[in-house]
Design a protein around this ligand. Structure first.
Ligand code: FES
Length: 337
């Protein structure tokens, strides 16, 4: 499966952008990112107009980028403003500049139709904003698999018993079925409630809650856009939420078979452990390691299948199947089918 272009994707996290030029491949397009003097970020196609040479191999001159081959120089809007070997640059010489939106740690980029970004704002991530009252930590990794395999994986949590048994609260033997799957034209989400159970070790370590008590859990998952997956995990006592965890995955296709994953965790609660960032970071990065192994294996199996196979869907796949349909129809619409 290919990927929709008319959508926002996470290009980087702000902490990745220092003083230099950062080269990325996003939706199979080479992109160079850099920070401007006013704190905003420029994203240009990473190819000089003169020869097939990446701008990211050049250097900066203030807010401009200078090609490292013959010195053609570009403004942040992509206009070529200087060709050292002649008085004026050729008329209309420019590289494509992509709209960028900064939100919390995420640097969002729009790779679709120029002007289309104004019609669709990037998805909101309020838990990651400064002064939101949430704490957060994050990381990133490249996964050798198409981005839909990741969305589908995270829309079916029934894999936890096989893959992440230590994450399951003690005494929970099965997940209740996905009763509440909410489907719109562009998104899919589900809600699931678990019966009261004691805390799993990772929950106790992060939440700081009493290990002698039993708590309920509510989990939700959402395919928000092709570029963002959102999961929440809430531990409930008799009064309501007492520990809340949000797991945001920015899924950015690099190519059809590779995806950069930007994982951000955000949490708040009544008795949060002082080292919750370390505990949650360790727990969920180890979980992502196991997820990555399975997802990359599925991509290899798909690549090995000589002819496309039909795989059987079960009830737990309901949300994942719907998300795939949404993405398929976005791609077809973009192709004018
Ligand atoms: S290739 Fe960039 S200036 Fe010649």
């Amino acid at each position: 499966m290919s990927f929709p272009r008319e959508s926002w994707y996470v290009a980087a996290t702000l902490d990745e952008l220092g003083d230099g030029l950062v080269a990325r491949r996003i939706l199979d397009v080479p992109v160079v990112l850099y920070r401007l003097a006013d704190g905003s970020v420029a994203a240009l196609e990473d190819r000089c107009v003169h020869r097939p040479y990446p701008l990211s191999a050049g250097h900066r001159d203030g807010d401009r980028v200078v090609c490292g081959y013959h010195g053609c120089t570009y403004d942040p809007d992509g206009t070529c403003v200087l060709v050292p070997s002649q008085d004026n640059p050729p008329l209309g010489a420019r590289v494509r500049a992509f709209p960028v939106h900064l939100s919390g740690p995420f640097v969002w980029v729009w790779m679709g139709t120029p002007g289309g970004s104004r019609l669709r704002p990037p998805p909101a991530t309020p838990e990651l904003e400064p002064r939101s009252g949430w704490s957060s930590t994050g990381g990133r990794r490249d996964v050798a698999a198409g981005f839909m395999l990741l969305h589908e994986h995270y829309l079916d949590l029934t894999n936890v018993f096989e893959m992440h048994a230590a994450m399951v609260p003690p005494g929970i033997e099965a997940l209740p079925p996905l009763e509440e799957v909410e489907i719109s034209e562009v998104s899919v989400s589900y809600v699931r409630e678990l019966p009261p159970a004691p805390l799993a070790p990772w929950e106790a370590a992060a939440s700081g809650l009493d290990t002698d008590e039993a708590f309920g859990r509510r989990e939700t998952g959402a395919f928000v856009t092709p570029g963002l997956h959102r999961q929440t995990y809430t531990i409930l006592d008799a009064e309501g939420p007492t520990f809340e965890l949000v797991r945001l995955h920015g899924f950015t296709p690099l190519t059809r078979r590779s995806t950069r994953v930007f994982l951000q965790l955000a949490w708040r609660g009544s008795a949060v452990a002082p080292d919750a960032d370390l505990r949650l970071g360790e727990t969920f990065h180890a979980m992502s390691d196991r997820d990555t192994t399975v997802i990359e294996t599925m991509q290899r199996c798909l690549d090995e299948d000589e002819a496309p196979r039909r795989y059987v869907n079960v009830k737990a796949d309901r949300a994942a199947v719907r998300a795939r349909r949404i993405v398929q129809s976005m791609i077809e619409e973009e192709r004018g089918l």
